[in-house]
Design a protein around this ligand. Structure first.
Ligand SMILES: Nc1nc2c(ncn2[C@@H]2O[C@H](COP(=O)(O)OP(=O)(O)OP(=O)(O)O)[C@@H](O)[C@H]2O)c(=O)[nH]1
Ligand SMILES: [Mg+2]
Length: 424
C-alpha cells in the first residue's frame, strides 16, 4: 500500500508569531467547533503565508546581466557599488592599483606586439618604419622588458592563482577583492604584505622608472600612425590610462572612482551581487547576476536563472567595426544580435522583463566623429548618413526587429542608450 502522504507543515516564518497564540486559544472551545475553528485558522494562516510569499517575490528582485565579453556588465556592478555600497569599495580601493597597472601593461604589450608585426616588413621608404625608428623602438622595448616581465605574476595574484592566457589579459573571479591569496607558512611569514601587495609594489617600482618611456612610446608618431591605420584593437580604456601614466606611476597613486570604472578585467564565471535598494517607499533586495561574457556565449547557463525577474542585455554598439577576440570572422554587433535573438527565444526566461542597454555610445560618437564609416562594416547600412542619430536609430531598430521575430512571450523590450563610465 502506498504510504499516506500529508501536506508538509508550513515552515516557521518571520511575522507568524500570532499563529501559536490563536491555536492555543482554540483548544478551549467545544470539540465540534474546535475542528471548524482550526480549519478556519489554517485557512487564514495559509492565505497570510501566500501573501507574505507573494510580497517576498515582489521584493526579492533577481536581475541577470547578459552580453558578450567587454560589453559593460561588470561596469554596471561597479556603478551600483558606488551608489549603494561605497564604503565597501573605498576599503578595497588600493587593491584596484594592481588592476590599473595590469591595464597599462597589457596596452604596452599589445602596442609592442603590433609594432613587431609592422617591422617584420622592413620598408625604409616608409617614414614610420625606417631603420632609425626601428632602432628607437627596439631601445624602448629593451628598457621596458623588466616592467613587462611583472605582468604574469601580477595577473596571477589578482586572479587568485588562475593562470591567464595572453593576449586577453587578467581575469578575475567575482569577489576577487575578498579572496586575495594570503601568505602561507610560519606566523612571521603570514604577517608579511600579501603576495598581491608584493607583486603590485614590484610593478609600481618598475612603473615609476618606466613612466616617461611609456609616455614617449604612446606619443610616438609611428604608434599614432599604425593604431588607426591597422585598426589595432587596444582595450577601450587603454588610452585613458596611458594618458595619465605620470600620475599613475607616482608612489602615492590611489585609483579614483573614474579609474575603477575604466578598468578592464575579464570576469570568470557568474558573480552574485546583492544591494538593498529603496523604491516605492520600501527597501528591496535586488540581486544581480553578472554572467561572464564567455559564459554568456554558452546558453547552457540559462537554467540557473529560472527565477530571474529581469534580464538586462548589454550590446556595445560602438563595436560595429570590431570582431570577436576568439572568433575574428564574427562582427561584434552581429554577434550581439544573434545573442539577443537566442535570449528572446529561450523559454526558460520567458517571464523575465527584458531590458536592452545599447552601451558605449560615447565611443560610438567618437568613432563617427573620427570618420569611421558604418557602411564599410555593416553593408546593409547603405548610404544613410554617418551621423550618431541615424546610426544609433538604425542599430536600435535591428535589435527591436530581432526581439519581434524571436521573442517567445511577446514581451516589451525596454531599450536605453547608455554610457556606463559616467557616474549614475
Ligand atoms: N568608453 C566606455 N567604456 C565602457 C563603457 N562601458 C564599459 N566600458 C569599459 O569597457 C570595458 C569592459 O567593461 P566590463 O564591464 O568589464 O565588461 P563585461 O561585460 O563585464 O566583460 P566580461 O567580464 O568579459 O563579460 C571596461 O574597461 C569598461 O570601463 C562605456 O559606456 N563607455
Ligand atoms: Mg565582467
Amino acid at each position: 500500500m502506498p504510504a499516506l502522504t500529508v501536506p508538509k507543515p508550513a515552515p516557521p516564518s518571520l511575522g507568524l508569531g500570532g499563529r501559536r497564540r490563536s491555536w492555543a486559544s482554540l483548544s478551549s472551545n467545544p470539540p465540534e467547533n474546535a475542528a471548524q475553528n482550526v480549519n478556519k485558522a489554517i485557512d487564514v494562516e495559509l492565505k497570510r503565508d501566500a501573501m507574505i510569499r507573494k510580497e517576498r517575490n515582489v521584493r526579492e528582485v533577481k536581475v541577470i546581466l547578459f552580453g558578450q565579453p567587454d560589453s559593460g556588465k561588470s561596469t554596471l556592478i561597479k556603478q551600483l557599488q558606488l551608489l549603494y555600497a561605497p564604503d565597501a569599495l573605498d576599503n578595497k580601493r588600493t587593491l584596484w592599483r594592481a588592476a590599473v597597472f595590469l591595464n597599462i601593461l597589457k596596452a604596452v604589450r599589445m602596442i609592442l606586439m603590433d609594432l613587431d608585426l609592422e617591422f617584420s616588413y622592413e620598408d625604409d621608404e616608409d617614414e614610420f618604419n625606417s631603420r632609425q625608428i626601428r632602432q628607437e623602438i627596439a631601445a624602448i622595448r629593451g628598457k621596458l622588458l623588466p616592467l613587462l616581465a611583472t605582468e604574469e605574476s601580477l595577473a596571477m595574484e589578482l586572479s587568485g592563482g588562475v593562470s591567464f592566457s595572453r593576449p586577453s589579459g587578467a581575469r578575475v573571479r567575482p569577489g576577487w577583492q575578498q579572496s586575495i591569496i594570503p601568505n602561507e607558512g610560519s606566523p612571521s611569514e603570514k604577517e608579511k604584505p600579501s603576495r598581491l601587495l608584493q607583486a603590485t609594489n614590484l610593478t609600481a617600482k618598475y612603473l615609476s622608472i618606466s613612466a616617461s618611456l611609456i609616455g614617449i612610446l604612446w606619443r610616438h608618431p609611428t604608434v599614432n600612425n599604425y593604431i588607426p591605420l591597422r585598426k589595432i584593437q587596444l582595450d577601450d580604456s587603454a588610452s585613458y590610462f596611458l594618458e595619465q601614466i605620470d600620475q599613475i606611476a607616482q608612489a602615492d597613486y590611489i585609483p579614483t572612482n573614474n579609474d575603477i570604472l575604466r578598468v578592464r578585467l575579464t570576469t570568470l564565471g557568474v558573480g552574485e551581487h546583492t544591494f538593498a535598494v529603496k523604491f516605492a517607499g520600501k527597501i528591496n533586495t535586488v540581486t544581480y547576476f553578472d554572467v561572464s561574457g564567455a559564459c554568456g556565449r554558452r546558453l547552457s547557463w540559462i537554467p540557473y536563472f529560472e527565477a530571474a525577474t529581469s534580464l538586462i542585455f548589454f550590446a556595445p554598439i560602438s563595436a560595429f567595426d570590431e570582431y570577436l577576440e576568439d572568433d575574428p570572422a564574427t562582427n561584434r554587433l552581429h554577434h550581439s544580435l544573434q545573442l539577443i535573438s537566442a535570449i528572446c527565444a529561450n523559454r526558460i526566461l520567458r517571464h523575465a522583463h527584458l531590458v536592452l542597454f545599447l552601451n558605449k555610445i560615447d565611443l560610438l560618437k567618437q568613432k563617427l566623429e573620427a570618420g569611421i564609416e558604418v557602411q564599410k562594416y555593416i553593408t546593409s547600412y547603405g548610404d544613410r548618413p554617418n551621423t550618431y542619430e541615424s546610426v544609433s536609430d538604425y542599430f536600435r531598430n535591428h535589435f527591436l526587429q530581432a526581439h519581434r521575430r524571436h521573442d517567445v512571450s511577446r514581451r516589451e523590450l525596454h531599450v536605453h542608450f547608455s554610457c556606463m563610465i559616467v557616474r549614475l
